[in-house]
Design a binder for this molecule. Structure first.
Ligand SMILES: Nc1ncnc2c1ncn2[C@@H]1O[C@H](COP(=O)(O)OP(=O)(O)OP(=O)(O)O)[C@@H](O)[C@H]1O
Length: 432
């Protein structure tokens, strides 16, 4: 049996007045694989621990299959948890570790048939007689998975289960976990700060920032229609280009977004999305362009919807199948503080619902007092990263034409909320 997990307006404060989870409402459907994604300290583990019953819920409701479960003892929740540090008993063999929850559940009964069946499912039969110290990291995590699976729980909570493993093994085990949980049809809530892991595993991804849910949607949607600049910047590699711009919408001329030394001229006739930008006339906005929305090509090669700018090659990252070219276009990058750091440790008044502002560097809207100091950013050369093919000769110092696909332009307002495409915009259905 799989189960539905619902959180209704759930908050957690370890210290009075400081909510590390703030008004979280989230529904995980039966059999769904939902990933909780966010930077370190944003409250992900706390959410899992509240669902498992290891942490008290300060406010709000937890429903398991629609039934109020805030006070249900952990053992009665029929939920298994897998942790980052594997948490195996060092003095027990793999067999004893996997059988442990079964022995607790039914003392005196022989757990061997279930242990063997679980080990077969995970392909770890030959590890059963070894102690944790005799296992590699990946093997230990498989045994830990076995222990969580042995009781055939109706839901899985996984807290960064792969983060102690090397990159190759992580990718491998990631595929195994996806296969296993899909095969079993068990409801899974998986916590990670690794956006690539979240995108590849989740039926849906819930992005958390400072204890506040930012967006919950399919991986395709959070990438293509990020609700705000935080989600846009947190998801996708390389990070989306975010530039400070000003909308220019003269009554008698073409609309454009001024980026400092250059401007993006919006193609005529204006698309429905671009028409909506008229209300931003004269305002500072943040322009978001993913690296694949720009190509190195001369103006004469422009397709409908593309605008020409130029960029000075500053740095080239060769990656084998592709190249990431860093250009200087004379624009100012917009900063997204708290992207990699936890929420500010400042007490906030109770019952506050609003997320702290996403941006600090935009004028004329001065940063409110509770805005955290900007986190030190890794200084990358240039202001625009373009993803291109290895066959282009991109020498640092060359001034090259760039075609920007404005059908893939994101515009965020001064608070960091997406205004274009419009918030109600939907992606076309792939099956259509
Ligand atoms: N037992 C506790 N007592 C007080 N504060 C706590 C406790 N556990 C967690 N916190 C604080 O709550 C906030 C959220 O922590 P949590 O572990 O849920 O975040 P996280 O997103 O899982 O982080 P990470 O990815 O680093 O594990 C942090 O600021 C943390 O310091």
């Amino acid at each position: 049996m799989t189960r539905a997990i619902s959180l209704h307006d759930v908050s957690k404060a370890y210290t009075k007045g400081v909510r590390v989870v703030d008004g979280l409402t989230l529904d995980v459907g039966p059999g769904e694989f939902l990933v909780l994604l966010g930077p370190s300290g944003c409250g992900k583990s706390t959410v899992l621990r509240m669902i498992a019953g290891l942490e008290e819920i300060s406010e709000g409701e937890l429903l398991l299959d629609g039934a109020y479960a805030n006070d249900l003892p952990p053992a009665e929740r029929d939920i298994a948890m897998v942790f980052q540090n594997f948490a195996l008993y060092p003095t027990m063999t793999g067999r004893a570790n996997i059988g442990f929850p079964l022995r607790m559940e039914a003392p005196g009964a022989d757990p061997s048939p279930q242990v063997d069946a679980t080990a077969r499912m995970l392909g770890i039969e030959d590890l059963l007689e070894r102690y944790p110290s005799q296992l590699s990291g990946g093997e230990r995590q498989r045994v830990a998975m076995g222990r969580a699976l042995a009781r055939r729980p109706s839901a899985f909570l996984m807290d960064e289960p792969l983060s102690n493993l090397d990159a190759k093994l992580r990718t491998h085990l990631r595929a195994e976990i996806a296969q296993l949980t899909t095969g079993l049809g068990v409801t899974t809530l998986y916590v990670t700060h690794d956006q690539a892991e979240a995108m590849s595993l989740g039926d849906r991804v819930a992005v958390l920032r400072g204890g506040v849910l930012q967006q919950v949607d399919t991986p395709r949607n959070v990438y293509a229609l990020p609700r705000n600049v935080f989600v846009a910047a947190f998801i996708g590699t390389p990070r989306i280009n975010l530039l400070r711009g000003v909308v220019r919408a003269p009554l008698d001329g073409a609309m454009s977004i001024n980026l400092g030394r250059q401007a993006l001229r919006l193609p005529e006739p204006l698309s429905a999305e671009h028409k909506l930008l008229r209300v931003q006339q004269g305002r500072e906005v943040i322009v978001g362009l993913r690296s694949e929305a720009i190509r190195v090509a001369p103006g004469r090669a422009a397709r409908p919807g593309e605008a020409l700018i130029t960029g000075l090659v500053r740095h080239v990252e060769f990656q084998g199948h592709e190249v990431l070219a860093h250009f200087d276009t004379g624009s100012a990058p917009a900063q997204v503080p708290t992207l990699e750091s936890p929420r500010p440790d400042l007490p906030r008044p109770p019952r506050r619902r609003r997320t702290p502002p996403l941006l600090t560097r935009l004028r004329p809207h001065p940063a409110p007092p509770e805005t955290p100091p900007p986190t030190p950013q890794v200084v990358v050369p240039g202001d625009l990263i373009v993803r291109t093919t290895p066959d282009l000769d991109l020498r640092p110092g060359a001034q090259l034409p760039l075609l920007v696909d404005l059908t893939r332009l994101f515009v965020f307002d001064h608070r960091g909320e997406r205004v274009s495409p419009a918030p109600a915009h939907h992606l076309p259905d792939l099956a259509e």
